[in-house]
Design a protein around this ligand. Sequence first.
Ligand SMILES: O=C(O)CCC(=O)C(=O)O
Length: 309
Amino acid sequence: MAHPKTGGYLPVPNVQELAQTWNGSGELVPDRYVRTEEAAAEEVAAGCALPVVDLGRLLDPRSSEQELANLGSACQHWGYFQLINHGVPEEVIRDVRRDITEFFKLPLEAKKACAQAPDDIQGYGQGFVFSETQKLDWADMIYLKLRPMESRNMRFWPAQPPSFRNSVDRFSTEVAKVTSSLLRLLAVDMGVEPERLLEKFGGQPQTMKVTYYPLCRQASDVLGLSPHTDACAVTLLLHVNDVQSLQTRRDDGKWHAVEPLEGAFIVNVGDTLEASTVTLGPNNLRTKVHYLPRSHYSGKNIKRNAIFL
Ligand SMILES: O=C(O)CCC(=O)C(=O)O
């Protein structure tokens, strides 16, 4: 998602807290969250055939050519795919999910120990609030810079639960390996030298956004997250629970509901990767492919961990 400025966001009410009292109140959802027309604006196609890409097969010389065609097609027609056999150990995923879940269960005051600061987009709060009158997403989040190491500001890293920092650190290391492999493979698909994308994006910041979408009694009137594309090269999304609500628009122009496979990363082509399919080509014209960046979300009751590179 684009970060139009590097300063902080305007403070708004905590949605998890609001939902806790409002859901049982019988009152209508506060007007700043009502987006009935937007939420109903577009039809969602039935069923989901989001392509599944197997990193193990991509890295195996016996199957890499066939799987690379699968990867390329997913990036060109969907801008999205589910990545399986990605090699991140199960316990690393289990631990980060557990600690994220525990963090959001903490009382508000404890979570606020790592609240966003006025001049920084990191920390616990809400994202992309730039005006007192804009409509709001039905979600809270924590956003952290993970890499390079010197970009980490531990003031925003939860100290509760006590294993949180270690879990996120291990997760970040594993995800960095996955993204390096993907960037090499995507370069091959684009028809440029395998190291070309790594040279361009390898040193770029890795950030993590964990979003909590509280249950909403008026779910059809709110949006968990406004439609957007991601400003980064690639996003790896990990579902923390099994509530389905992510939607994506592919090149047929329709929205498709994503049904995540257990343990898979949902990988999203970001704007800068899409732009690379133009700028890295011969004479800066175009590589042999053109990727599609697109994503949309309208979540209701879910925590999700998105790593951006
Ligand atoms: O939570 C999701 O499913 C999507 C997250 C996302 O697209 C974002 O934070 O930019």
